[in-house]
Design a protein around this ligand. Structure first.
Ligand code: TRP
Length: 332
């Protein structure tokens, strides 16, 4: 690889991503391939920290892999692989777990939220989730990690773990920096715009899936909750409209001022329809490319096999050095 900074990011295999995942994360990954060396991964090992149905998980992992490619990640340019195909992540995770404090892990807000949501399954994997995430990043000595705001705390912990390891065993890990994507980093629910858009929302109209068809997308936007005014403008307190303006701005490239001008004097109905259509048109090529890729299992397999080999070439070296540093006996 050329001497560019290294980007690492991963996404959990939820089958089909939401518009929130797309705008906040995945959409930004493809352009980074021009300026950085990029390693992207489907975090299937993180996914099993909550209950999964095996057959469905397998399908979701493949779908997610194909979706990343459909969103423009080029498996030739970048390393694109499936986390469980690189056992080095689990190996490094153990070492990092032994350098992570109970107190640090118990302060993670995602752990607290998820334990509250699944009180019957607060497993050790859920607790040590951030140290596996640190292993993902540190196995490649990534410089930058594009994450949404919800993962910032985990990334900070990764830095702290790396720092502690470096102090104990001598400088080794690169301290990863967050690469925060500012515009539209957070897409809110269409039904309750004070909440984050989530696939697990019980109201299906709250969430756009990037493989939703045009009719579905337009219908969900038509039903989006707004406010009792009739003014398309970005202002504090107008959560619903602010969210729609953000989405519209991302998919059309227009700024808020020109969106306000475009819809001056028009009702919310027109605006919601325009947003729905713009989103559907924007996602159309992704849907088409996904359908093509998911039908070509042999090609997908070739891509993820090569991806795993390339990931292993780098991470095996890291693990060997780390094992040596902590005092294990070299095997080779
Ligand atoms: N925890 C991240 C999420 O749910 C996914 C993830 C796993 C990740 N490993 C990572 C993100 C490493 C960045 C870097 O979104």
């Amino acid at each position: 690889m050329e001497d560019k900074k290294l980007i690492f990011s991963a996404i959990q295999p939820t089958g089909t991503f939401t518009l929130g995942n797309y705008i906040g994360a995945v959409r930004n990954w493809a352009p980074l391939q021009n300026d950085y060396n990029c390693i992207y991964c489907v975090a299937d090992m993180h996914a099993i920290t909550v209950k999964q149905e095996p057959a469905k998980l397998r399908q979701n992992i493949l779908n997610s892999y194909a979706l990343l490619m459909a969103c423009g990640i080029d498996p030739e340019k970048s390393i694109l692989f499936i986390q469980s195909h690189a056992p080095t992540h689990a190996e490094l995770n153990w070492i990092l777990c032994c350098n992570t404090q109970y107190g640090e892990l118990s302060r993670m807000t995602q752990f607290k939220d998820k334990s509250q949501k699944h009180p019957d399954d607060i497993n050790a994997g859920l607790f040590t989730y951030p140290s596996l995430m640190a292993a993902d990043i540190l196995a490649y000595n990534a410089d930058l990690v594009p994450v949404g705001v919800d993962q910032k705390q985990h990334l900070e912990l990764s830095r702290n773990i790396a720092q502690r390891f470096n102090q104990r065993y001598g400088d080794f890990f690169t301290l990863p920096e967050p690469y925060i994507i500012d515009v539209g980093a957070k897409v809110m629910s269409l039904q309750d715009p004070t909440k984050k858009m989530s696939k697990s929302d019980e109201n299906p109209n709250a969430c756009i899936l990037i493989l939703d068809g045009k009719d579905t997308i337009v219908r969900k936007f038509k039903r989006a909750v707004t406010d009792s005014e009739a003014e398309v403008c970005f202002r504090e307190g107008k959560d619903g409209i602010n969210n729609l303006m953000t989405i519209y701005s991302v998919v059309t490239g227009k700024d808020f001022a020109s969106i306000e001008a475009e819809f001056a004097g028009k009702g919310y109905g027109d605006f919601k329809l325009a947003v729905g259509e713009a989103v559907a048109d924007h996602l159309e090529p992704v849907r088409t490319e996904f359908a093509r890729l998911i039908a070509d299992k042999a090609y997908l397999k070739k891509c993820y096999t090569e991806g795993a080999e390339r990931a292993m070439r780098i991470s095996t070296r890291t693990v060997a050095k780390v094992y040596h540093k902590v005092g294990f006996v070299d095997l080779k």
